[in-house]
Write a protein of this length. Structure first.
Length: 159
């Protein structure tokens, strides 16, 4: 989806740049002193982030993870949520609390790639390390090898 962008410069704003969606307009608020080049970078980044947030709202990752856990006989998570702050991982989990976090950079990828990342994190709930047993659990997912290749092509392999 394409958004109209409205840049609001303020002399009172010192450092931060923020954006919000108002109808179909992305309002970007920034300090008056910033250059046009800075403006272009921030606008592109913030519009992309808003687009990812809107797209990820279409996917209920918790429900999807529960279905995958049942299908592949993996432990149930306590929570699964999208995050936007994972730059070097596609997903992560905290074993003690059974919480899974999934990078919203996965949103535009095919659903079978998201499913693979969820299966990978669910398998960690049964086996914390990347042991032989862990990979046996992950490889129950029929598209595991294909998804790993897809993610490697996108710039990050297994972690």
């Amino acid at each position: 989806m394409s958004y109209r962008v409205e840049v609001i410069r303020s002399r009172r704003r010192r450092k931060t740049v923020s954006a919000r969606l108002v109808g179909d307009v992305v309002q970007v608020q920034m300090p008056a002193w910033m250059s046009k080049a800075d403006e272009d970078l921030y606008v592109a980044h913030l519009v992309e982030r808003i687009e990812r947030q809107r797209e990820r709202a279409k996917f209920d990752v918790m429900t999807r993870a529960i279905k995958l856990a049942a299908k592949y006989d993996l432990p149930l998570p306590a929570s699964v949520r999208w995050v936007s702050n994972q730059q070097s991982l596609w997903g992560s989990c905290t074993i003690a609390t059974r919480e899974i976090r999934v990078s919203d950079r996965l949103v535009p990828f095919p659903s079978w790639v998201l499913d693979y990342v969820l299966v990978h994190e669910l398998a960690h709930l049964a086996e914390p390390s990347h042991s032989k047993r862990f990979w046996q659990l992950v490889n129950r997912y029929p598209r595991a090898e294909r998804a790993r290749g897809f993610l490697m092509a996108k710039g990050m392999g297994e972690r």
